[in-house]
Design a protein around this ligand. Sequence first.
Ligand code: TYM
Length: 344
Amino acid sequence: MTRVFSGVKPTGHLTLGNYLGAMRQWAEVDQHRADALFCVVDLHALTVDHDPARVRRLSRQAATLLLATGLDPELCTVFVQSHVDEHARLSYVLECVATDGEMRRMIQYKEKAARERARGGSVRLSLLTYPVLMAADILAYGADEVPVGDDQAQHVELTRDLAVRFNQRYGHTFVVPKATVPEVAARVMNLQEPASKMGKSDDFGPGIVYLLDEPDVMRKKVMRAVTDSGREVVYDREGRPGVANLLEILAACTGKKPGALADAYESYGALKKDTAEAVVEVLRPVQERHKALCADPGHVEGVLGEGAEKARAMARPTVDAAYRAIGLLPAVSGAPAVALNAAR
Ligand code: TYM
């Protein structure tokens, strides 16, 4: 059976971009057709300036939202990255296979490092090594496919390179995974700044639709979206990025094609109105389930506890195999204390 792995990082409230670009696919398709794992990748949230209490809160919220999208613990494994030591264990070994040059070429590193420096902050070393930890997340589980939005494709490419390199040098250990990206809405753009991705924590707040925004707030954000000069509704990502973004959002919410939708509209106003309603409708069941799950936090904790146990059992053999392959001496458990003392 195909193995699928993906994750969300609790650095901010989850957005419509996260949902349409990745999470919806996990719940509607991936968990039903594959042996799938979905993870709140909290270690990744420590790579930029962070508040410990906020990361904890956002991790719990992200896990609750994963379940609210419809992920069913009977069908897939939902867990928190830091609950499974194998991620960090494997990450170090992969750092010994990756090069500093390839880390510095990662687009997200360049952008985020530049942003941190512009704010006068320092760049954490973990921001540079982040893609290696991401590779470890994926390779530890032998994932064949990694369903992500377009912005993560480069990191999955790097993961493939590291897997191939490790296998060539030290013997076949890892499955070489591939990214799967949705046909529409693989990169939902900020409604106020359609040249930038809709990120959880960027500087254009009014252009971000959060999964837990009140319906009226969502409607306002969509109605105030920046559109392009001109009046005709055409689907042209380069020339008319604002309108193209709305068309893609509407297409993703309704299952239609953005080009066909463009033909159906004569004004930006009507397009915005229908997009706003479509977004509210798509997120309504997620919000309702989220509310119900918040009333039962013990349930979410239970799911995460079982998920971590299952994940550990899946990752351990591969990570142990990688340790052996790269030349680390296997630990022998239960060696008598006398023998250990003698060895010293
Ligand atoms: P993160 O938390 O930024 O995003 C989670 C998922 O949402 C997708 N996404 C988007 N898709 C379309 N339009 C957008 N505006 C948009 N914003 C985000 C992302 O592509 C992603 O699929 N590095 C990852 C987390 C991660 C991971 C992993 C993912 C860590 N380890 C292993 C897969 C496998 C990240 O920061 O995602």
